[in-house]
Design a protein around this ligand. Structure first.
Ligand code: NAD
Ligand code: MLT
Length: 529
């Protein structure tokens, strides 16, 4: 049973799904403060938030059992994602649950600032009939500049085209070809600023987008431009915006989002007539709230039931069907990583992960992550999982390189791990899947094997003389250790040989010592995978 804290108001249906017919204990505290959350964090395995509740580093650090933070919505700026990643906590969002609602909000603000709707309503209620002062403009034939052509930007652009606007877009992440195919024109940010009658912002708030529309841009913005921000506060520099409006450089703006929310009561933005303000309503529709609540709840329940990670912002999300197919490769990769870690004699500074054959049909990043996860597990008591593995490797000074292999081996699929150690030595471990149920270590350095890569393993280097392996087996037998599998590899007759023995029982340090003492044994290592 997972204990889940719902720290923001979400639709009832979402709570029901989270309860999973009594399988989970759901605590609903939609008004919880961040201090209270830090206090109760140690009790919970999951926290669900919308945009009010913040999940900062101290909450994540206190939540020793925390596995997942679910954000019912898109932006995860209320969660300390880097800290969650370091601690191996998954952060999930619901990227498309509120796309339509946010796009419709942008459209409604676009229409409202074109026709002065809010001011008209206000003056009517003041008893006035200001028809002349409230003359607006048409959208038809005007240029709309869309900054950020992701899910919401695209939905807005599509709707603006239906109003017969000319739509120009700036998004370095979208190819000019795609923009053209959508019936719009590709533009630079400068062109957007110079040519647009309306500008609408749909990027995330990042180091690059913070203040991207500021004093400099307002200087050359088309006179009478109207600007809308339904994305995140701070992308438009609000002080520069206010100044541009007050100096008559632009006609007005509509803001749904603010750098500090709720917007302070005494904010000068509240006093500006030509500014239309809404209190972060982009996703505030019955439909969007239901969709994001159901989505986040379903994602969390799926994670606890099946371990499948959906819409994680800090881990590769794999389609559940693909994950099923990839699972044997991921398990093999993790086992080989553990083996490589335990087999190393000195600190590993670099892991080369090479892939060849049919494994190349799949995304390689999760398989590399599985190798690194396996590699780090024997070395740390820190939570190593698919989220934290790569970060932890970096923190420990281990370089990880992923590549497609050009090594000429006769296996239909092959994972090769080459480890480079501080003492200058290297190891190479290769594994393959003969079938889904038959993972095998097939190469260890210069030897070929056919070894099961899991459980208790003895890796022995011995003189290739008669009776040596018999003696090892006798020692194991004397200690009631049952041999499950045995495979050996040598590179020339009567030189030295290597043997990998899988056993059903653990092998104690004393047994290892006894084997090592034999005159024909060159080295022996116990590895538990
Ligand atoms: P998305 O990830 O689908 O799209 C974002 C787009 O911005 C991407 O295509 C990306 O390439 C582009 N981009 C990133 N940096 C850029 C830059 N420097 N210049 C130009 N383009 C850049 O996201 P989305 O779902 O469309 O959401 C967009 C924004 O809207 C997010 O900030 C989200 O938090 C916000 N949002 C607000 C509300 C609301 O209630 N007002 C509701 C939903 C989403
Ligand atoms: C989002 O990023 O999804 C939004 O800002 C909507 C919200 O949760 O209020």
């Amino acid at each position: 049973m997972a204990k889940i804290l719902v720290a923001d108001k979400i639709a009832d249906e979402g709570i029901k799904i989270l309860q999973d017919g009594g399988n989970n204990d759901v605590v609903y505290k939609p008004e919880i403060t961040v201090e209270e959350m830090a206090e109760v964090a140690p009790d919970f395995e999951a926290i669900v938030v919308r945009s009010r509740a913040k999940v900062p580093a101290n909450v994540l650090e206190k939540g020793k059992k925390l596995k997942v933070v679910g954000r019912a919505g898109v932006g995860v700026d209320n969660v300390d994602v880097p800290t969650a990643t370091r601690l191996g906590i998954i952060v999930m969002n619901t990227p498309d649950g509120n796309t339509i609602s946010a796009a419709e909000q942008a459209m409604s603000l676009l229409l409202a600032i074109a026709r002065n709707t809010a001011r008209a309503d206000k003056t009517m209620k003041e008893g006035k009939w200001d028809k002349k002062a409230l003359t607006g403009i048409e959208l038809y034939g005007k240029t709309l500049g869309v900054v950020g052509l992701g899910r919401i930007g695209k939905a807005v652009a599509k709707r603006a085209l239906a109003f017969e606007m000319r739509v120009i877009c700036y998004d370095p992440g979208v190819s000019p070809d795609e923009i053209q195919k959508l019936g719009m024109a590709n533009a630079t940010l400068e062109e957007i600023i110079k040519e647009s009658d309306f500008i609408t912002i749909h990027t995330p708030l990042t180091e690059k987008t913070k203040g991207m529309i500021g004093e400099e841009q307002f200087k050359y913005m088309k006179k009478n431009c109207r600007i809308i921000n339904c994305a995140r506060g701070g992308i438009i520099d609000e002080n520069a915006l206010l100044q541009a409006i007050n100096e008559g450089k632009i006609a007005g703006a509509a803001l749904d989002v603010f750098p500090v929310e709720p917007l302070p009561e005494d904010s000068p933005l509240r006093k500006c007539e030509k500014l239309l303000l809404t209190p972060h309503l982009g996703a505030s529709t019955v439909e969007a709230q239901e969709k994001v609540a159901l989505q986040v709840a379903e994602q969390i329940v799926t994670y606890f039931k099946k371990g499948e990670i959906i819409n994680a912002v800090n881990a590769p999300s794999i389609d559940p069907e693909l994950l099923k197919v990839m699972r044997p490769y991921l398990d093999l990769a993790e086992d080989l990583g553990k083996f490589a870690s335990s087999y190393a004699d000195s600190r590993v500074v670099k892991i080369n992960c090479l892939f060849s054959g049919s494994i190349l049909d799949y995304p390689l990043k999760p398989i590399t992550t599985a190798i690194v996860k396996g590699f780090l597990e024997p070395l740390t008591d820190f939570a190593v999982n698919y989220i934290s593995a790569m970060n932890l490797a970096k923190e420990r000074g281990v370089e990880v390189v992923e590549s497609k292999s050009t090594l000429e081996y006769q296996y239909t699929n092959l994972i090769t791990i080459e480890t480079e150690m501080e003492n200058g030595q290297t190891n190479k471990i290769c594994g393959t899947l003969y079938t889904k149920e038959m993972p095998r270590i097939v190469i260890l350095n210069d030897r070929y094997f056919n070894a099961v890569p899991s459980g208790n393993m003895l890796v022995i280097k011995n003189k290739d003389v008669p009776g040596t392996i018999g003696t090892v087996c006798t020692i194991l037998g004397n200690h009631n250790v049952n041999i499950a599998d045995l495979t050996w590899g040598r590179n020339k007759p009567l030189g030295d040989a290597m043997t990998i023995i899988n056993t059903d029982h653990e092998i104690t340090a004393d047994i290892v010592k006894e084997i090592d003492a034999h005159e024909n044994i060159l080295s022996v290592k116990f590895i538990k995978v």
